[in-house]
Structures are given as C-alpha cells and as structure tokens.
Design a protein around this ligand. Structure first.
Ligand SMILES: Nc1ncnc2c1ncn2[C@@H]1O[C@H](COP(=O)(O)OP(=O)(O)OP(=O)(O)O)[C@@H](O)[C@H]1O
Ligand SMILES: [Mg+2]
Length: 391
C-alpha cells in the first residue's frame, strides 16, 4: 500500500556507529592523518607515531579516525603487512586506562581473562601480545580527556613511554588521541607534548553549505528518491550550522524528521517534520546521562542552573558556581565537598556537554567561566529537581 510506504530505504546509514566511506570536506585532515601513519605499511616496525585530533562536537573526529583505521587495515591486508587499529572511547571506559587497555587486549586476544592486572602490567601484556602476534597496533583513545581527568597525565606518559623504552627491536605501538579541546593536554610533561604538538589535526566547524552537503550525501543513501527534498536538506544544514556546525545534530535531525514523516504517513519529509524533530532532539544532555552523574555532580548542576535562573550574566565564575552549589547542598542536607572536588565535578559536567567551561587565567590563579550553552536554566532546574527530589 502506498500510504504505508516508508520514506526510508536504508536507516542503518543513520546509525551512530555508521562510518562513512569518505568524509566530505575533510580531505586535508584525512590525508595528513594517513601520511603520519604511512610507515606502518611502507616501512613496518621501523617507527611509532602519535597524533592528536582536536575539534568541537560533531566535527567528525570519531568518524575521521575510524575511517582512517578501516582504510589502514585494508591497505595492510592488501600489502600483507600485519597491523591492527583499535578504537576505544575513554568516556565509555569511565576514564580508566585499565579498561581502555583491556578493550585493546581483547581485540587481539578475545579469550584474555579479565582480572588480576594493574594497568601498567596490562600495558606490558599488550606489548607482549603484539610481539607474539608480530603485529603493529594503532590504538586510538577517543574522548581522552576523560582518561586524563581520572588518571592524570601519567596515563598518557606511560602509554607513550612503553614504546620508547624499547630502543632496539621492532616498533609496535602507535597512538591517536581525540579530544574536544587541547585543554586537557596543557599539564602534560614537555617530552610527551612535543611530538604531539607537531601532529595535531584540528577539525574546524562545518559551515552551513558543508553541513547541507553532508546531509545530502547521507540522505541519498537513507531515503527513497524524492522523499527528502533539497530545501529540507538546506533547512537541516541551516539548523545544524546554528548548533556550532555539529554534523551529528544534522544527521540526528535527518533521522528524526524521516521518523516524523513516516508517523504522519507522508510520502516526503516536510519542514514541519524537521521542526518536530528539532524540538525533540534539542536536549544537550539525555536524562539517563544526568541520572548517571554522582549525587554531588547533580547538586553542582542544580546549583549552576539556579545561578543562571537568578542572574543576568551569561557566564558564572567557578566561585559563583561553587557558592550556588553550597546553597543547594544545604537545601538537600548534604555536606558540600571541597574546592578540588568541585573542580572535578565541573570537568565531569563539561565533559558531558551539560555546561561549557572555559579557562580564565588571571593573576589570582586559574578559574573557569561556566556557561549553559544550550539548555534554558529554567528547564534544567526543573529536571534536576525532578531527579534529586525536593530539598
Ligand atoms: N565530513 C563528514 N562527512 C560525512 N559525515 C560526517 C562528516 N563529519 C561528521 N560526519 C557524521 O556526523 C556524525 C558526527 O560525527 P563524529 O561522531 O565523528 O563527531 P565527533 O567530532 O566525534 O563528535 P563528538 O565530539 O561529539 O564525539 C557522524 O554520524 C559522522 O558520520
Ligand atoms: Mg566522537
């Protein structure tokens, strides 16, 4: 029946895990990344390398690295060179180096037992396995700021050192780090930083036209011909451009508007479907993410919401946010945690995208300027009270 015909022909290309064959408007970045690691197939075991990919939300960092990894493994296979690419999201591994390494080890040795190692032992084990398999590994640590937050710079230092210590012998471990900002790397020691600094790939925000192009190419695979009119594609590109060039938002809108078209039995996507999708997606943090926060992180977020509810300022200083947090703690009968701990809560919240935090160095020392970039304070306050209960 034509009335129940879906606007989609292949929804899987809109999945979160889908890796595009080719990234549009990222030729320079992709070429630079593969040139850095070309030795893996051209001169195997002779070098190891590190690179850092930096860019905002939805700028294509994860997709760039994953496409590079898939291409690398294909090329290696074709040239009969042994090489693996493993992509680990550090936030999903709760910032634990141990968990991140475990994922890498499991990829090479699926039966490897879970327990009984420290992360340094596991790192040695990983190197031993690479020796035994006589292979090379590019380990990509995505959202690496979560790892640095939890384990400090030592984790990065140890990862880098383990290959450097093996002066002779074949080179086996290369690293790619991905982060939204270079902030997390500021305090790393200089030798660790120096190689990285030469190999930074910055991902600029996509322009409106670029976003429309990205949306169009994905829509062509996902939608029935004619179901996604060009003006709708431009509309989505425009909305995503105003969300700081976020390609993920654009693709979510593409997906969502198709769902609304289907649910209203429309043969094509209409502007109203996009608006409905936008209203639905416009949630910078998902409820389950808020619930995943610790109680004090939640209290800190409520404190920040309250501050902006009563302030005309666009930004709060760390001190203002902390004062507001303390008031909230009192209301909820909780002992407020100390300053260092509060700073960690802020990092966790900005890592989640719930708040924005920019560093502001003055003669008084380091402070952060906190913002609520997307969600109205009123809405956030309401949700937090819902989750925390009344004080
Ligand atoms: N240049 C591009 N061409 C085609 N698709 C793209 C491009 N850039 C991003 N995308 C798509 O947009 C979505 C978001 O990209 P990606 O996940 O790589 O962003 P990110 O920079 O890792 O964001 P985050 O910091 O939030 O993790 C993905 O579906 C990805 O496939
Ligand atoms: Mg990503």
């Amino acid at each position: 029946m034509s009335r129940s015909r879906s606007v989609f022909i292949d929804k899987t290309v809109l999945d979160l895990n889908y890796v595009p064959q080719k990234l549009l408007h990222r030729d320079g970045e992709a070429n630079f990344l593969s040139s850095l690691f070309r030795f893996i197939v051209d001169a195997p075991y002779e070098m190891s390398q590190r690179a850092l990919i930096i860019g905002g939300v939805g700028s294509g960092k994860t997709a760039l690295a994953q496409r590079f990894g898939l291409n690398l493994m294909e090329e290696a296979k074709r040239r009969r060179v042994r090489a693996e690419y493993v992509h680990v999201n550090c936030r999903e591994s709760r910032g634990s180096l141990f968990m991140a390494l475990q994922r890498a080890v499991k990829r090479l040795r699926p039966q490897f037992p879970d327990r009984g190692y420290s992360s340094n032992e596991l790192l040695d084990t990983l190197m031993r396995i690479l020796d035994e398999e006589d292979t090379q590994l590019v380990l990509c640590l995505d959202e690496v700021d979560a790892l640095i937050e939890r384990e400090g710079g030592d984790a990065i230092y140890n990862l880098c050192r383990v290959q450097e210590e093996r002066l002779d012998g074949p080179r086996r471990l290369s690293l790619i780090f991905i982060s939204k900002s270079s902030e997390a790397f500021r305090d790393l020691d200089r030798s660790t930083l120096s190689t990285l600094q030469r190999n930074v790939i910055r991902m600029p925000e996509y322009t409106m036209a670029q976003l429309s192009g990205i949306v169009a190419s994905r829509a062509e695979m996902a939608f029935r011909p004619g179901a996604m009119p060009p003006e709708i594609i431009d509309f989505i590109g425009e909305l995503a451009a105003s969300e700081s060039g976020d390609a993920r938002y654009a693709i979510d809108l593409l997906h969502g508007s198709g769902m609304y078209a289907d649910s209203s039995h429309s043969q094509e996507v209409l502007p109203e479907h996009v608006r409905k999708a936008a209203a639905g997606i416009f949630q910078p943090i998902r409820p389950e993410e808020i619930r995943g926060l610790s109680r004090h992180e939640q209290l800190a977020l409520l404190g920040i919401a309250r501050f902006f509810l009563h302030s005309r300022e666009a930004k709060a200083t760390t001190g203002e946010a902390e004062t507001s947090y303390r008031v909230v703690c009192e209301e909820y009968g909780e002992e407020p945690r100390g300053h260092t701990q509060f700073w960690k809560y802020l990092n966790a919240l900005s890592g989640l995208g719930a708040i924005s935090a920019e560093l502001n160095a003055s003669e008084k020392g380091r402070t952060q300027l906190i913002g609520l970039p997307r969600m109205p304070a009123e809405e956030l306050e309401r949700r937090m009270v819902e989750i925390l209960g009344r004080g």
